[in-house]
Design a protein around this ligand. Structure first.
Ligand code: NAI
Ligand code: MG
Length: 361
């Protein structure tokens, strides 16, 4: 097929939730939507087999495929390892060498879970927004940085630094996404107090006017954006922002909708020769060693990550809708994995039961 997918289940609950994604991939195969799927090791699993958390062959493969889908890495067994071979290093190497500069975190609220939110039900019901965070530059990387002595006290320094091209490429990612969604982008910075914010606003506007005049663009100060996100989040479609503000705003937006077991993500890089962006899809959660091997993990975050791959790597928006609607439907039927239940409530379903129910829908 012309759709290649590399699956890296990883550690802990990674392989458990990925097994449920496999069922969905197989189902699409029966519907004439096939994928060239290959599977490999990452994290602790790769360390056990090869003594490295990411084999060079796996890295090379990740550079070639249309999309990488990763479960999770890490676990207590590997905590004693040297920093250079820790499971996380495998994931960091993937992100760095694929140069994934746009981190996508959707905040999507399924009606059946609206009670889970810390906000009022009508504020979040039906919510579907996407935060695009610049991931490879900004204040976490800028030079000069460090702690030094000035007179008789210490000074801590970080530098917010953005080049025009770094801003332009993440803006393009946001506009491309918007065209596949609600066609609306809100750019957030602090142009009132930061030079990098002024440049950010100018460049996003220039890219818009030259290449994406069809997309509706607005600008907002990031602090006002935080207020608006909690007051009336449904006013947004795609939000594009820098690394620091995106770190805060994406965590805030994620919790508008509830459990860690529900949150997908994607990281995108430059377009490849076939026009598709370099892409890594993964649930936001980790390897959850406390519940690993017990069939308790919620597979929905990983399943929704695959749905993002369908939409943003393979241009299969209808197929992505099908997956998301199936998730919505099983939740509406009352099916809950343990993480979606409070102290009391109905009996939880297992990882496999949740996956089977989604496939059936
Ligand atoms: P975690 O996300 O693995 O777990 C936090 C809590 O949420 C746990 O109680 C866990 O049982 C629960 N949880 C997470 N995902 C769930 C799911 N799908 N269904 C039901 N419950 C779920 O984070 P934690 O405990 O801080 O880290 C555990 C390990 O995972 C560590 O080794 C850490 O380094 C690694 N990690 C890996 C990440 C990745 O691969 N991207 C991200 C975060 C942590
Ligand atoms: Mg964060």
């Amino acid at each position: 097929t012309n759709r290649s997918l590399l699956i890296l289940p990883g550690d802990g609950i990674g392989p458990e939730v990925m097994a449920e994604v496999r069922k969905i991939i197989d189902w699409f195969g029966t519907q004439g939507i096939a994928f060239d799927v290959s599977e490999d090791l990452v994290g602790g699993a790769a360390y056990d087999a090869h003594g490295t958390p990411l084999h060079d062959d796996t890295m090379a493969k990740a550079q070639e495929v249309d999309a990488v889908l990763l479960g999770a890495v890490g676990g207590p067994k590997y905590d004693v390892l040297d920093f250079s071979v820790k499971p996380e290093r495998g994931l960091l190497r993937l992100r760095k060498e694929m140069d994934l500069y746009a981190n996508l975190r959707p905040a999507q609220c399924f009606d059946a879970l609206a009670d889970f939110s810390s906000l009022k039900k009508d504020v979040v019901a039906g919510l579907d927004i996407m935060i695009v965070r610049e991931l490879t530059s900004g204040v976490y990387f800028g030079e000069p940085r460090g702690i030094h002595k000035e007179g008789n006290e210490r000074v801590g320094i970080n530098t917010q630094r953005y080049t025009e091209s770094e801003i332009a490429r993440v803006a393009r990612s946001a506009f491309e996404l918007a065209r596949k969604r609600g066609n609306k982008v809100c750019s957030m910075e602090k142009a009132n107090v930061m030079e990098s914010g002024i440049l950010w606003r100018d460049v996003v506007q220039e890219v818009h006017d030259a290449e994406y005049p069809d997309v509706e663009l607005s600008h907002m100060y990031a602090d006002a954006g935080a207020m608006q996100l909690t007051r009336w989040p449904k006013q947004f479609d795609v939000i594009v922002t820098d690394n620091l503000f995106g770190d805060l705003l994406s965590d805030l937006a994620a919790m508008l909708t509830g459990s860690l077991g529900m949150l997908p993500s994607a990281s995108l890089g430059a377009p490849m020769a076939n026009g598709r962006p370099k892409a890594l899809y993964e649930p936001v959660h980790g390897s959850a060693p406390d519940i690993a091997g017990q069939g308790k993990a919620n597979p929905i975050a990983c399943i929704l990550s695959f749905a993002m791959a369908l939409r943003y790597s393979f241009d299969l928006g209808d197929a992505a809708d099908k997956v998301e609607k199936a998730v919505e439907a099983v939740l509406a039927d009352g099916l809950r994995t343990a993480d979606l239940l409070g102290e009391e409530g109905t009996t939880p379903v297992s990882t496999a039961e949740m996956g089977d129910a989604i496939v059936a829908k």
